[in-house]
Design a protein around this ligand. Structure first.
Ligand code: HEC
Ligand code: HEC
Length: 427
Protein backbone atom coordinates (compact mmCIF):
# COMPACT_ATOMS: atom_id res chain seq x y z
CA UNK A 1 0.00 0.00 0.00
CA UNK A 2 1.45 3.30 -1.01
CA UNK A 3 -0.15 6.52 0.11
CA UNK A 4 2.41 9.26 0.07
CA UNK A 5 2.50 12.98 -0.16
CA UNK A 6 1.58 14.18 3.32
CA UNK A 7 4.84 15.54 4.54
CA UNK A 8 5.40 18.12 1.86
CA UNK A 9 1.84 18.94 1.01
CA UNK A 10 1.29 21.65 3.58
CA UNK A 11 3.44 24.44 2.21
CA UNK A 12 5.47 25.37 -0.81
CA UNK A 13 8.74 23.98 0.46
CA UNK A 14 10.89 25.88 -1.96
CA UNK A 15 8.89 29.04 -1.69
CA UNK A 16 9.42 28.91 2.05
CA UNK A 17 13.13 28.38 1.66
CA UNK A 18 13.44 31.12 -0.90
CA UNK A 19 11.41 33.61 1.02
CA UNK A 20 13.38 32.81 4.14
CA UNK A 21 16.49 33.32 2.13
CA UNK A 22 15.38 36.50 0.48
CA UNK A 23 13.81 38.30 3.40
CA UNK A 24 15.63 37.18 6.52
CA UNK A 25 18.99 36.75 4.87
CA UNK A 26 19.57 33.42 6.52
CA UNK A 27 21.14 30.94 4.17
CA UNK A 28 18.69 28.07 3.95
CA UNK A 29 20.80 24.95 3.99
CA UNK A 30 19.03 22.00 2.44
CA UNK A 31 19.67 18.37 1.76
CA UNK A 32 19.35 19.06 -1.96
CA UNK A 33 22.85 20.45 -2.14
CA UNK A 34 24.47 17.63 -0.27
CA UNK A 35 27.68 17.51 -2.26
CA UNK A 36 30.24 16.86 0.46
CA UNK A 37 32.03 20.02 1.52
CA UNK A 38 30.24 22.30 -0.94
CA UNK A 39 28.45 25.39 0.32
CA UNK A 40 24.65 25.01 0.11
CA UNK A 41 23.11 26.37 -3.08
CA UNK A 42 20.97 28.81 -1.12
CA UNK A 43 23.85 30.26 0.89
CA UNK A 44 24.07 33.82 -0.33
CA UNK A 45 27.35 34.43 -2.09
CA UNK A 46 26.17 37.53 -3.93
CA UNK A 47 27.08 41.04 -2.83
CA UNK A 48 23.39 41.89 -2.61
CA UNK A 49 20.52 39.91 -1.17
CA UNK A 50 18.01 39.33 -3.99
CA UNK A 51 14.30 39.68 -3.24
CA UNK A 52 11.79 37.04 -4.32
CA UNK A 53 10.04 39.62 -6.49
CA UNK A 54 13.23 40.58 -8.35
CA UNK A 55 14.18 36.94 -8.82
CA UNK A 56 10.75 36.15 -10.25
CA UNK A 57 10.92 39.02 -12.69
CA UNK A 58 14.39 38.09 -13.94
CA UNK A 59 13.48 34.40 -14.00
CA UNK A 60 10.52 35.16 -16.24
CA UNK A 61 12.83 36.84 -18.77
CA UNK A 62 15.19 33.87 -18.72
CA UNK A 63 12.34 31.39 -19.11
CA UNK A 64 11.09 33.08 -22.28
CA UNK A 65 14.51 33.85 -23.81
CA UNK A 66 15.32 31.79 -26.95
CA UNK A 67 18.72 33.50 -26.95
CA UNK A 68 19.86 31.05 -24.27
CA UNK A 69 19.77 28.12 -26.71
CA UNK A 70 22.41 27.17 -29.27
CA UNK A 71 19.81 27.27 -32.06
CA UNK A 72 18.66 30.72 -30.95
CA UNK A 73 15.02 29.70 -31.27
CA UNK A 74 14.33 27.49 -28.27
CA UNK A 75 13.38 28.82 -24.83
CA UNK A 76 12.09 26.95 -21.80
CA UNK A 77 8.64 28.20 -22.86
CA UNK A 78 8.95 26.55 -26.29
CA UNK A 79 8.54 23.16 -24.62
CA UNK A 80 6.81 24.29 -21.42
CA UNK A 81 4.17 26.46 -23.07
CA UNK A 82 2.34 28.83 -20.70
CA UNK A 83 -0.74 28.59 -22.95
CA UNK A 84 -0.69 24.80 -22.41
CA UNK A 85 -0.28 24.84 -18.63
CA UNK A 86 3.50 24.87 -19.03
CA UNK A 87 3.33 21.54 -20.85
CA UNK A 88 3.93 20.62 -24.50
CA UNK A 89 2.68 23.22 -27.01
CA UNK A 90 1.50 20.60 -29.51
CA UNK A 91 0.51 16.96 -29.85
CA UNK A 92 4.00 15.63 -30.50
CA UNK A 93 5.06 12.79 -28.23
CA UNK A 94 8.43 14.50 -27.73
CA UNK A 95 9.71 17.94 -28.69
CA UNK A 96 12.65 18.85 -30.88
CA UNK A 97 15.78 20.73 -29.85
CA UNK A 98 19.52 20.69 -30.36
CA UNK A 99 21.89 22.97 -32.24
CA UNK A 100 19.89 22.72 -35.48
CA UNK A 101 16.57 22.33 -33.67
CA UNK A 102 16.11 18.92 -35.30
CA UNK A 103 17.00 16.46 -32.53
CA UNK A 104 14.10 14.59 -30.99
CA UNK A 105 13.80 14.44 -27.22
CA UNK A 106 13.48 11.15 -25.36
CA UNK A 107 10.43 11.82 -23.20
CA UNK A 108 7.13 13.68 -23.15
CA UNK A 109 7.34 17.19 -21.70
CA UNK A 110 5.77 17.31 -18.23
CA UNK A 111 3.69 20.27 -17.09
CA UNK A 112 5.62 22.50 -14.70
CA UNK A 113 2.48 23.39 -12.77
CA UNK A 114 1.88 22.06 -9.25
CA UNK A 115 5.47 20.95 -8.86
CA UNK A 116 6.09 23.32 -5.94
CA UNK A 117 5.84 20.54 -3.36
CA UNK A 118 7.80 17.76 -5.06
CA UNK A 119 9.96 16.34 -2.27
CA UNK A 120 13.64 15.63 -2.83
CA UNK A 121 14.18 12.16 -4.19
CA UNK A 122 14.27 9.42 -1.60
CA UNK A 123 14.70 5.74 -2.27
CA UNK A 124 13.00 4.85 0.98
CA UNK A 125 10.15 7.25 1.40
CA UNK A 126 7.95 7.00 4.46
CA UNK A 127 4.98 9.17 5.16
CA UNK A 128 5.32 10.85 8.56
CA UNK A 129 1.66 10.20 9.28
CA UNK A 130 2.10 6.47 9.28
CA UNK A 131 4.71 4.20 10.76
CA UNK A 132 8.11 5.57 9.78
CA UNK A 133 9.56 2.10 9.68
CA UNK A 134 7.31 1.31 6.72
CA UNK A 135 9.33 1.80 3.57
CA UNK A 136 7.01 3.02 0.85
CA UNK A 137 9.65 2.85 -1.83
CA UNK A 138 11.14 5.55 -4.01
CA UNK A 139 9.43 8.93 -4.33
CA UNK A 140 10.13 12.53 -5.29
CA UNK A 141 12.80 14.26 -7.35
CA UNK A 142 12.42 16.15 -10.62
CA UNK A 143 11.83 14.70 -14.10
CA UNK A 144 10.12 11.38 -14.88
CA UNK A 145 12.95 9.50 -13.11
CA UNK A 146 13.66 11.97 -10.28
CA UNK A 147 17.30 12.43 -11.20
CA UNK A 148 17.24 16.19 -10.69
CA UNK A 149 17.09 17.11 -7.03
CA UNK A 150 15.56 20.57 -7.34
CA UNK A 151 14.20 22.98 -9.91
CA UNK A 152 17.50 24.87 -10.05
CA UNK A 153 19.42 21.63 -10.45
CA UNK A 154 16.93 20.68 -13.13
CA UNK A 155 17.22 23.93 -15.12
CA UNK A 156 20.89 23.21 -15.77
CA UNK A 157 19.91 20.08 -17.74
CA UNK A 158 17.93 21.54 -20.65
CA UNK A 159 20.47 24.36 -20.99
CA UNK A 160 23.25 21.80 -21.49
CA UNK A 161 21.38 18.86 -23.08
CA UNK A 162 22.44 18.24 -26.69
CA UNK A 163 18.81 17.34 -27.47
CA UNK A 164 17.44 20.53 -25.96
CA UNK A 165 19.06 23.98 -25.62
CA UNK A 166 22.41 22.43 -26.51
CA UNK A 167 24.96 24.74 -24.90
CA UNK A 168 28.35 22.99 -25.02
CA UNK A 169 29.32 24.02 -21.48
CA UNK A 170 28.53 26.41 -18.63
CA UNK A 171 30.84 29.08 -20.00
CA UNK A 172 28.76 29.21 -23.19
CA UNK A 173 25.64 29.85 -21.11
CA UNK A 174 27.42 32.58 -19.13
CA UNK A 175 28.48 34.32 -22.36
CA UNK A 176 24.88 34.31 -23.58
CA UNK A 177 23.67 35.72 -20.25
CA UNK A 178 26.27 38.52 -20.40
CA UNK A 179 25.02 39.54 -23.82
CA UNK A 180 21.32 39.23 -23.07
CA UNK A 181 19.19 42.39 -23.29
CA UNK A 182 18.50 42.05 -19.55
CA UNK A 183 22.17 41.47 -18.55
CA UNK A 184 22.37 44.66 -16.48
CA UNK A 185 19.48 43.40 -14.35
CA UNK A 186 21.77 40.72 -12.88
CA UNK A 187 23.81 43.47 -11.19
CA UNK A 188 20.70 45.31 -10.05
CA UNK A 189 19.35 42.13 -8.47
CA UNK A 190 22.51 40.35 -7.24
CA UNK A 191 24.92 43.25 -6.87
CA UNK A 192 28.32 43.92 -8.36
CA UNK A 193 30.64 41.12 -9.37
CA UNK A 194 27.98 38.71 -10.60
CA UNK A 195 28.37 39.35 -14.34
CA UNK A 196 32.07 38.56 -14.89
CA UNK A 197 32.02 35.36 -12.82
CA UNK A 198 30.71 32.35 -14.81
CA UNK A 199 29.81 30.29 -11.76
CA UNK A 200 28.06 33.14 -9.94
CA UNK A 201 26.20 34.20 -13.06
CA UNK A 202 24.92 30.70 -13.70
CA UNK A 203 23.91 30.30 -10.05
CA UNK A 204 22.04 33.61 -10.27
CA UNK A 205 20.24 32.48 -13.44
CA UNK A 206 19.25 29.11 -11.99
CA UNK A 207 18.00 30.68 -8.76
CA UNK A 208 15.94 33.17 -10.80
CA UNK A 209 14.45 30.42 -12.99
CA UNK A 210 13.61 28.36 -9.93
CA UNK A 211 11.94 31.29 -8.17
CA UNK A 212 9.93 32.18 -11.27
CA UNK A 213 8.61 28.60 -11.33
CA UNK A 214 7.32 29.18 -7.80
CA UNK A 215 5.05 32.05 -8.82
CA UNK A 216 1.69 30.97 -7.34
CA UNK A 217 -0.50 32.89 -9.78
CA UNK A 218 1.12 31.15 -12.73
CA UNK A 219 2.20 27.78 -11.39
CA UNK A 220 -0.23 26.80 -8.64
CA UNK A 221 -3.30 29.01 -8.75
CA UNK A 222 -5.85 26.38 -7.56
CA UNK A 223 -8.55 27.89 -9.77
CA UNK A 224 -10.15 24.73 -11.13
CA UNK A 225 -13.81 23.86 -10.76
CA UNK A 226 -12.77 21.08 -8.39
CA UNK A 227 -10.93 23.60 -6.18
CA UNK A 228 -14.10 25.69 -6.20
CA UNK A 229 -16.02 22.59 -5.12
CA UNK A 230 -13.49 21.91 -2.33
CA UNK A 231 -14.05 25.50 -1.18
CA UNK A 232 -17.80 24.87 -1.31
CA UNK A 233 -18.23 27.68 -3.80
CA UNK A 234 -19.23 25.58 -6.80
CA UNK A 235 -21.38 22.49 -7.31
CA UNK A 236 -20.18 19.54 -9.39
CA UNK A 237 -22.67 17.96 -11.80
CA UNK A 238 -24.05 14.50 -10.98
CA UNK A 239 -21.79 13.01 -13.65
CA UNK A 240 -18.67 14.77 -12.28
CA UNK A 241 -19.56 13.50 -8.81
CA UNK A 242 -19.95 9.95 -10.13
CA UNK A 243 -16.55 10.30 -11.78
CA UNK A 244 -15.03 11.47 -8.51
CA UNK A 245 -16.54 8.44 -6.75
CA UNK A 246 -15.06 6.06 -9.35
CA UNK A 247 -11.73 7.89 -9.05
CA UNK A 248 -11.66 7.40 -5.27
CA UNK A 249 -13.21 3.91 -5.02
CA UNK A 250 -10.40 1.44 -4.19
CA UNK A 251 -12.28 -1.35 -5.98
CA UNK A 252 -12.95 0.66 -9.15
CA UNK A 253 -10.60 3.38 -10.43
CA UNK A 254 -8.43 3.36 -7.30
CA UNK A 255 -6.89 6.41 -8.94
CA UNK A 256 -6.64 8.38 -5.70
CA UNK A 257 -4.23 5.83 -4.27
CA UNK A 258 -1.51 7.26 -6.51
CA UNK A 259 -3.17 10.52 -7.59
CA UNK A 260 -4.62 11.75 -4.22
CA UNK A 261 -7.76 13.88 -4.58
CA UNK A 262 -8.57 14.95 -1.02
CA UNK A 263 -7.54 17.90 1.16
CA UNK A 264 -4.89 16.64 3.55
CA UNK A 265 -3.64 18.56 6.57
CA UNK A 266 -5.34 21.64 5.16
CA UNK A 267 -3.50 21.47 1.84
CA UNK A 268 -5.28 21.14 -1.48
CA UNK A 269 -4.51 17.90 -3.34
CA UNK A 270 -1.79 17.79 -5.99
CA UNK A 271 -3.18 14.62 -7.65
CA UNK A 272 0.16 12.87 -7.32
CA UNK A 273 1.85 11.15 -4.38
CA UNK A 274 5.23 11.58 -6.15
CA UNK A 275 5.73 7.79 -6.00
CA UNK A 276 7.19 5.53 -8.70
CA UNK A 277 5.23 2.82 -10.50
CA UNK A 278 5.75 0.63 -13.57
CA UNK A 279 2.44 0.71 -15.44
CA UNK A 280 3.82 -1.16 -18.46
CA UNK A 281 2.92 1.58 -20.92
CA UNK A 282 3.29 0.39 -24.57
CA UNK A 283 6.49 1.18 -26.43
CA UNK A 284 6.18 4.32 -28.53
CA UNK A 285 7.53 3.10 -31.84
CA UNK A 286 7.38 6.60 -33.31
CA UNK A 287 10.27 7.82 -31.12
CA UNK A 288 13.63 8.14 -32.88
CA UNK A 289 15.45 6.58 -29.89
CA UNK A 290 13.21 3.50 -30.13
CA UNK A 291 14.36 2.73 -33.67
CA UNK A 292 17.10 0.85 -31.83
CA UNK A 293 15.40 -2.33 -30.54
CA UNK A 294 18.05 -2.51 -27.80
CA UNK A 295 17.11 0.91 -26.41
CA UNK A 296 14.77 0.86 -23.42
CA UNK A 297 13.86 3.82 -21.28
CA UNK A 298 13.73 2.07 -17.90
CA UNK A 299 13.03 5.18 -15.80
CA UNK A 300 14.52 4.90 -12.32
CA UNK A 301 17.14 2.32 -13.28
CA UNK A 302 18.36 4.20 -16.35
CA UNK A 303 19.76 4.96 -18.82
CA UNK A 304 19.13 8.70 -18.24
CA UNK A 305 19.38 8.24 -14.51
CA UNK A 306 22.60 6.45 -13.60
CA UNK A 307 22.85 6.11 -9.82
CA UNK A 308 20.24 3.33 -9.47
CA UNK A 309 21.39 1.21 -12.41
CA UNK A 310 21.91 -1.81 -10.15
CA UNK A 311 18.40 -1.68 -8.62
CA UNK A 312 16.71 -3.97 -11.09
CA UNK A 313 13.55 -3.95 -8.99
CA UNK A 314 13.02 -0.33 -10.12
CA UNK A 315 13.33 -0.89 -13.86
CA UNK A 316 10.29 0.45 -15.70
CA UNK A 317 9.21 2.79 -12.90
CA UNK A 318 8.33 6.43 -13.57
CA UNK A 319 7.14 9.18 -11.26
CA UNK A 320 3.37 9.53 -10.96
CA UNK A 321 2.38 12.79 -12.69
CA UNK A 322 -0.11 15.30 -11.31
CA UNK A 323 -3.51 15.13 -13.01
CA UNK A 324 -4.23 18.83 -12.60
CA UNK A 325 -4.99 20.34 -16.03
CA UNK A 326 -4.63 16.87 -17.56
CA UNK A 327 -7.75 17.32 -19.72
CA UNK A 328 -5.92 19.96 -21.75
CA UNK A 329 -2.90 17.73 -22.51
CA UNK A 330 -2.46 16.04 -25.85
CA UNK A 331 0.47 13.83 -24.87
CA UNK A 332 0.32 11.23 -22.12
CA UNK A 333 2.73 8.99 -20.23
CA UNK A 334 6.52 9.31 -20.05
CA UNK A 335 7.01 8.27 -23.67
CA UNK A 336 4.02 10.11 -25.12
CA UNK A 337 2.60 6.80 -26.39
CA UNK A 338 -1.00 7.92 -25.84
CA UNK A 339 -2.61 11.05 -27.27
CA UNK A 340 -6.15 11.13 -25.90
CA UNK A 341 -7.19 11.18 -22.28
CA UNK A 342 -9.98 8.69 -22.96
CA UNK A 343 -7.36 6.25 -24.23
CA UNK A 344 -5.36 6.58 -21.00
CA UNK A 345 -8.51 5.56 -19.13
CA UNK A 346 -9.12 2.67 -21.53
CA UNK A 347 -5.54 1.54 -20.99
CA UNK A 348 -6.18 1.29 -17.24
CA UNK A 349 -9.36 -0.74 -17.96
CA UNK A 350 -7.99 -2.99 -20.70
CA UNK A 351 -4.27 -3.53 -20.18
CA UNK A 352 -4.57 -7.11 -18.95
CA UNK A 353 -7.97 -7.96 -20.42
CA UNK A 354 -7.51 -6.85 -24.02
CA UNK A 355 -3.76 -6.55 -24.41
CA UNK A 356 -4.05 -6.96 -28.18
CA UNK A 357 -5.47 -3.43 -28.30
CA UNK A 358 -2.35 -2.02 -26.68
CA UNK A 359 0.62 -4.14 -27.69
CA UNK A 360 1.84 -5.49 -31.04
CA UNK A 361 2.15 -9.15 -31.94
CA UNK A 362 5.52 -10.83 -31.84
CA UNK A 363 6.95 -13.00 -34.64
CA UNK A 364 5.11 -16.03 -33.21
CA UNK A 365 1.78 -14.25 -33.54
CA UNK A 366 1.32 -13.88 -29.79
CA UNK A 367 0.58 -10.54 -28.18
CA UNK A 368 3.84 -9.00 -27.01
CA UNK A 369 2.53 -7.61 -23.72
CA UNK A 370 4.70 -5.00 -21.94
CA UNK A 371 6.77 -4.57 -25.07
CA UNK A 372 8.68 -1.58 -23.64
CA UNK A 373 10.19 -3.55 -20.76
CA UNK A 374 12.66 -6.43 -21.13
CA UNK A 375 11.15 -9.70 -19.88
CA UNK A 376 13.56 -9.85 -16.93
CA UNK A 377 11.77 -6.89 -15.30
CA UNK A 378 8.16 -8.09 -15.66
CA UNK A 379 7.87 -8.63 -11.93
CA UNK A 380 8.10 -4.86 -11.48
CA UNK A 381 4.81 -4.24 -13.29
CA UNK A 382 2.04 -2.87 -11.10
CA UNK A 383 -1.00 -5.11 -10.50
CA UNK A 384 -3.01 -3.03 -8.05
CA UNK A 385 -6.62 -2.13 -8.97
CA UNK A 386 -7.64 -1.17 -11.61
CA UNK A 387 -4.71 -3.12 -13.11
CA UNK A 388 -5.51 -6.34 -11.21
CA UNK A 389 -7.89 -8.04 -13.65
CA UNK A 390 -7.32 -11.44 -15.22
CA UNK A 391 -8.58 -12.51 -18.64
CA UNK A 392 -12.25 -13.42 -18.44
CA UNK A 393 -12.97 -11.09 -15.50
CA UNK A 394 -15.02 -7.91 -15.80
CA UNK A 395 -12.97 -4.72 -16.27
CA UNK A 396 -12.60 -2.46 -13.22
CA UNK A 397 -14.01 0.37 -15.33
CA UNK A 398 -16.89 0.07 -17.81
CA UNK A 399 -17.80 2.56 -20.55
CA UNK A 400 -20.02 4.59 -18.21
CA UNK A 401 -17.28 4.76 -15.55
CA UNK A 402 -14.85 6.01 -18.19
CA UNK A 403 -17.28 8.69 -19.36
CA UNK A 404 -17.81 9.76 -15.74
CA UNK A 405 -14.06 9.82 -15.04
CA UNK A 406 -13.51 12.01 -18.09
CA UNK A 407 -16.11 14.45 -16.83
CA UNK A 408 -14.45 14.54 -13.42
CA UNK A 409 -10.93 15.02 -14.82
CA UNK A 410 -12.32 17.99 -16.77
CA UNK A 411 -12.97 19.72 -13.43
CA UNK A 412 -9.22 19.82 -12.72
CA UNK A 413 -8.52 22.50 -15.34
CA UNK A 414 -7.48 25.86 -13.88
CA UNK A 415 -9.28 29.07 -14.74
CA UNK A 416 -12.83 28.08 -13.81
CA UNK A 417 -14.68 31.37 -13.29
CA UNK A 418 -16.01 31.52 -9.74
CA UNK A 419 -13.25 29.39 -8.24
CA UNK A 420 -10.56 31.97 -8.90
CA UNK A 421 -11.70 34.05 -5.94
CA UNK A 422 -9.31 32.90 -3.23
CA UNK A 423 -6.29 30.76 -2.56
CA UNK A 424 -7.04 29.43 0.88
CA UNK A 425 -8.61 26.06 1.53
CA UNK A 426 -11.89 25.74 3.39
CA UNK A 427 -11.78 24.37 6.90
C1 HEC B 1 13.31 20.70 -25.91
C2 HEC B 1 12.25 20.76 -24.92
C3 HEC B 1 12.57 21.32 -23.55
C4 HEC B 1 13.13 22.54 -23.23
C5 HEC B 1 13.67 23.60 -24.16
C6 HEC B 1 13.10 22.62 -21.78
N1 HEC B 1 12.53 21.50 -21.24
FE1 HEC B 1 12.14 21.17 -19.29
N2 HEC B 1 11.62 19.28 -19.70
C7 HEC B 1 11.57 18.72 -20.97
C8 HEC B 1 11.37 17.28 -20.86
C9 HEC B 1 11.27 16.29 -22.01
C10 HEC B 1 11.35 17.00 -19.48
C11 HEC B 1 11.26 15.60 -18.84
C12 HEC B 1 12.71 15.12 -18.75
C13 HEC B 1 12.90 13.75 -18.18
O1 HEC B 1 12.01 13.18 -17.57
O2 HEC B 1 14.02 13.23 -18.33
C14 HEC B 1 11.49 18.27 -18.78
C15 HEC B 1 11.46 18.41 -17.40
C16 HEC B 1 11.54 19.62 -16.75
C17 HEC B 1 11.35 19.80 -15.32
C18 HEC B 1 10.98 18.73 -14.31
C19 HEC B 1 9.50 18.72 -14.12
C20 HEC B 1 9.02 17.65 -13.18
O3 HEC B 1 7.81 17.47 -13.04
O4 HEC B 1 9.85 16.97 -12.55
C21 HEC B 1 11.57 21.13 -15.05
C22 HEC B 1 11.48 21.81 -13.70
C23 HEC B 1 11.90 21.76 -16.32
N3 HEC B 1 11.85 20.83 -17.32
C24 HEC B 1 12.24 23.10 -16.45
C25 HEC B 1 12.79 23.62 -17.62
C26 HEC B 1 13.44 24.92 -17.69
C27 HEC B 1 13.61 25.89 -16.54
C28 HEC B 1 13.85 25.08 -18.99
C29 HEC B 1 14.66 26.22 -19.59
C30 HEC B 1 15.95 26.48 -18.97
C31 HEC B 1 13.41 23.89 -19.72
N4 HEC B 1 12.79 23.03 -18.85
C32 HEC B 1 13.60 23.71 -21.07
C33 HEC B 1 11.67 19.40 -22.16
C34 HEC B 1 12.21 20.67 -22.28
C1 HEC C 1 -0.51 2.42 -8.76
C2 HEC C 1 -0.45 3.84 -9.02
C3 HEC C 1 -1.43 4.44 -10.01
C4 HEC C 1 -2.79 4.24 -10.09
C5 HEC C 1 -3.66 3.34 -9.25
C6 HEC C 1 -3.25 5.11 -11.14
N1 HEC C 1 -2.21 5.80 -11.70
FE1 HEC C 1 -2.33 7.11 -13.23
N2 HEC C 1 -0.31 7.15 -13.36
C7 HEC C 1 0.55 6.51 -12.52
C8 HEC C 1 1.89 6.60 -13.04
C9 HEC C 1 3.16 6.04 -12.41
C10 HEC C 1 1.80 7.28 -14.27
C11 HEC C 1 2.95 7.56 -15.26
C12 HEC C 1 3.30 6.25 -15.96
C13 HEC C 1 4.27 6.39 -17.10
O1 HEC C 1 4.30 7.43 -17.78
O2 HEC C 1 5.00 5.41 -17.35
C14 HEC C 1 0.39 7.63 -14.42
C15 HEC C 1 -0.12 8.38 -15.48
C16 HEC C 1 -1.43 8.79 -15.60
C17 HEC C 1 -1.94 9.69 -16.60
C18 HEC C 1 -1.10 10.40 -17.69
C19 HEC C 1 -0.76 11.80 -17.23
C20 HEC C 1 0.33 12.47 -18.03
O3 HEC C 1 0.59 13.67 -17.77
O4 HEC C 1 0.96 11.85 -18.88
C21 HEC C 1 -3.27 9.84 -16.37
C22 HEC C 1 -4.25 10.71 -17.16
C23 HEC C 1 -3.61 9.01 -15.24
N3 HEC C 1 -2.47 8.39 -14.78
C24 HEC C 1 -4.87 8.87 -14.70
C25 HEC C 1 -5.20 7.88 -13.79
C26 HEC C 1 -6.56 7.50 -13.49
C27 HEC C 1 -7.80 8.19 -14.02
C28 HEC C 1 -6.48 6.44 -12.63
C29 HEC C 1 -7.60 5.60 -12.10
C30 HEC C 1 -8.40 4.94 -13.11
C31 HEC C 1 -5.07 6.19 -12.38
N4 HEC C 1 -4.34 7.08 -13.10
C32 HEC C 1 -4.60 5.21 -11.52
C33 HEC C 1 0.20 5.87 -11.33
C34 HEC C 1 -1.08 5.41 -11.05
Amino acid sequence: MRQLGGRYAAAGLWATLLLGFATAGRPAATATTATAGAAPFYANRFTKLPTARALTSLGRKLFFDPGLSASGVLSCASCHDPASHFGPPNGRSVQRGGVQGASEGLRAVPSLMYSQNIPVFSEHYSDDEGDDSVDQGPAGGRTWDGRAESAHDQAREPLLSALEMANPNEHAIAVKLRHAPYAAEFETVFGEGVLPDDAQLLRAALLSLETFQQDPALFYPYTSKYDGWLRRQVALTPQELRGLAVFNDPAKGNCAQCHPSAIKEGAFPQFTDYGYVALGVPRNRALAANADPQYFDLGLCGPLRTDLADRKQYCGMFRTPSLRNVATRRVFFHNGAVHRLVDVLRFYAERDLRPERWYPRGPDGRVWIFDDLPAAYRANIDHEPPLDRRPGEAPALDAADIADLLAFLGTLTDGYGAASAGLSPVN
